[in-house]
Design a protein around this ligand. Structure first.
Ligand code: URA
Length: 211
């Protein structure tokens, strides 16, 4: 199967906001706000090909044929906890989306993903699902999340991340060549602790002010 496609959303607004997020002197409040805003902008691109259906409506002047989203509502699947930061902005854009929370943490020694929570809509198998994981570093958590959703029967999957490391993209490609990725940037590399360089540090800590 061919490699999963990667789209870098390099709009000037995204690049500007991401630079402010990377800056170590940026406050928790600003970081959180920008994560939400970039969440909307990434979501806008990741949903560009959503199916539409014709609808008859009446404007103040005349009847016309408009368009509305077709099919079942989207599911956003944030990986706890940092996925929640992008989720807010994605829900700003698609407020009727359903949410499937996935609790996964990286074992600090092995960097392997361990699941501790999974709560999804019952009919998730019939829906399009966008997994949200801000930092595609080793990609262990994103790989595990997509595996978990495939186990639940989901066939139509996408991944939205804020930053990706080339190593993370390669790992994710190998595991899930059928799941396209949207990211605001692809950084240089991973360091020995599995952090993205230059990156922005620990996304969860910066989002919630826990360090
Ligand atoms: N998770 C983070 O929050 N930051 C990284 O750089 C890598 C993983």
């Amino acid at each position: 199967m061919s490699k999963s496609k990667v789209t870098v959303v390099d709009h000037p607004l995204v690049r500007h906001k991401l630079t402010v997020m990377r800056d170590v002197s940026t406050s928790t409040k600003t970081f959180r706000h920008l994560m939400r805003e970039i969440g909307s902008l990434l979501c806008y691109e990741a949903t560009r090909d959503l199916a539409l259906e014709p609808v008859e409506i009446e404007t103040p002047l005349t009847r016309m044929q408009g368009e509305k989203l077709a099919g079942k509502k989207l599911v956003f699947s944030p990986i706890l906890r940092s996925g929640m930061g992008l989720l807010e902005g994605m829900l700003d854009l698609v407020p009727s989306a359903r949410v499937a929370h996935i609790g996964l943490y990286r074992d600090p020694k092995t960097l392997v993903a361990v699941e501790y929570y999974f709560k999804a809509p019952e009919d998730i198998a019939d829906r399009q699902v966008i997994v949200i994981d801000p930092m595609l570093a080793t990609a262990n958590t994103a790989v595990a999340a997509v595996e978990r959703l495939k186990e639940a029967g989901v066939k139509d999957l996408r991944l939205v991340v804020l930053l990706a490391a080339p190593e993370g993209i390669a790992h994710f490609h190998d595991a899930h060549p059928d799941c396209p990725i949207w990211t605001a940037a692809i950084d240089e590399r991973l360091n020995d602790h599995g952090y993205i360089v230059p990156g922005l540090g620990d996304a969860g800590d910066r989002l919630y002010g826990t360090r």
